[in-house]
Design a protein around this ligand. Structure first.
Ligand code: FMN
Length: 180
């Protein structure tokens, strides 16, 4: 059902970036055309080459990019996407979106797109429980952004609790539901 659908996958800098690799694979398997946008921090965890190879598309990382055609990338990606999914979404990117900050390619696309936005947060349990993060999420839900709740369990940071990125299959299910 995702055949030919244009999906922008925003990847921000958390340890769960490796799960976004699997999500890319699942989306491509369903026939979607996936354009991955990575923040600077995300590239500390996995290189763009991995996403580029799996998606079959160039990975976008720069807002100011002179190496490609003269298109304004944040506008073209924003306009062509049927859905923007951010997985994993850091506390930082959620905060920036909630504040209307657009200081890199991904946050600029968020402001420029009219497509539905799905956010899959992943972070340390104390970050997740922080009222600042919860307030930001509440605000974004109120204006129509969709979320997939993180799961609970053992976290990569060594803590136990809520904050694990939802499994890629569950994110895929939510994407399909939103695009129905
Ligand atoms: C090893 C490591 C793991 C991290 N994991 C997370 C995480 O899972 N969630 C999160 O919100 N921030 C995490 N951070 C912090 C973010 O990388 C940091 O806030 C960064 O500024 C996020 O940038 P971005 O939102 O532009 O990608 C981690 C940092 C390090 C060094």
């Amino acid at each position: 059902m995702l055949k030919g659908k244009e999906i922008v996958l925003g990847v921000s800098g958390g340890i769960a970036v490796y799960k976004a690799v699997e999500l890319t694979r699942l989306l491509v398997r369903e026939g979607a055309n996936v354009n991955v946008v990575m923040t600077k921090s995300a590239q500390q965890f996995v290189t763009p080459l991995t996403f580029q190879t799996l998606s079959g598309n160039p990975v976008s990382t720069e807002l100011f990019d002179l190496t490609r055609r003269s298109e304004v990338k944040h506008v073209s990606l924003a306009e062509k996407s049927a859905l923007l999914v951010i997985a994993p979404a850091t506390a930082n990117i959620i905060g920036k979106i909630a504040s209307g900050i657009a200081d890199d390619l991904l946050t600029t696309i968020v402001l420029a797109t009219q497509a539905p936005i799905l956010i899959a947060p992943a972070m340390n349990v104390h970050m997740w429980e922080n009222p600042i993060v919860q307030d930001n999420i509440k605000r974004l839900k109120k204006i129509g952004l969709k979320f997939v709740e993180p799961g609970s369990g053992y976290l990569a940071c060594g803590y136990e609790g809520k904050g694990r990125l939802t499994e890629p299959e569950a994110i895929l299910k939510k994407i399909k539901a939103l695009l129905k």
